[in-house]
Design a protein around this ligand. Sequence first.
Ligand code: NAD
Ligand code: DAU
Length: 341
Amino acid sequence: MKRKKILVTGGAGFIGGNFVQYMVKKYPHYYIYNLDLLTYAGDLTKHRAIEKNDNYCFIKADIADREFIMSFFEKEKFDYVIHFAAESHVDRSITNPSIFVTTNVLGTQVLLDASKEIGITKFIHVSTDEVYGELDFNPKTFFTEETPIQPNSPYSASKASSDLLVRAYHETFGLPINITRCSNNYGPFHFPEKLIPLTISRVLNDQKIPVYGDGKNVRDWLHVADHCSAIDLVLHDGVNGEVYNVGGHNERTNLEVVKTIISILGKSDTLIEFVTDRLGHDKRYAIDPTKLQKLGWNPTYTFETGITQTIKWYLENQAWWEQIISGEYKTYIESQYSFEL
Ligand code: NAD
Ligand code: DAU
């Protein structure tokens, strides 16, 4: 039987990286191509354990490089594309929106054109709950797949634009697609610009934790392993053209998240520093995952089991995140946070 060829874009990043490892191990009879530009967020050291596997390879390329992508697809004739590659950090989209449009919107369109050209079997677009905008603090309100798209940041606007292009390629050209919209992920290999790994790494170094505004904004946290299993299910069983929300009902205020990490690591809340709020800071995200659950998905981690596993991972893998925070990252932190960290 012909070996299925799966192209994963952004497989050197946080979620794409976890997904590549999940797929390489679970499906030895598939061939996994990891295509990534290796921006500041991409890192291949995470794949040392699989880099010599005969069902894995890496290609350094830009998804927005139309000429290369078109000829690469023509040559390899992929069966599936799982599209993670993106600029993913909201704060960076506030200081430098342009690259978010180039990568997230134009890059996605190039991949759609190439997929259409070779007649792909399935294109999975990995999107985000942030395209729905924000919810108020009423705990009975949730994002469903019918919630109107109302993005508030340049990042979420770029993701929403790419979602609409993916939908349009399905409606106009019949491209077989699914869009997944997941809540906030956390877990191994999370880049330490994001709240949870930022907090863990800084608590371990006895550094101040910058909490935006009053710390009452709510996020709905999902362990990255549960996101991977959701995408796997949608890839194989998702109904063509459908959108699936992904989330596990793990809503926490940012202050609760930070205090939980400080407490597990046995440090003091005096490390918390309230800082100037993020511009346009979305109040609350909360996912209704009913549609995906009906397809057969259920998360395996609660927030408590997931955060404990994640902290343990960061303790056991200090070399991985220390090589990041000692590099260009230092300049980023200095420009992002106005106080001395
Ligand atoms: P990340 O920033 O950790 O990784 C992004 C990867 O994309 C990096 O390896 C980077 O090198 C690569 N990349 C960037 N520009 C590229 C380009 N032009 N060509 C090829 N590769 C490029 O991001 P993440 O947190 O792993 O998010 C992955 C995807 O999941 C994104 O599309 C994001 O919108 C979505 N998502 C993220 C979350 C979350 O909580 N992190 C939640 C829901 C959805
Ligand atoms: O909801 C899914 C989204 O989750 C993804 O689409 C994004 O790619 C991903 O980055 C994430 O976006 P957030 O903006 O929610 O994640 P972040 O970790 O940056 O922030 C989480 C919350 O913590 C948010 O309310 C802002 C706050 N925060 C963040 C940082 C970096 C702080 O209070 N202090 C900080 O220093």
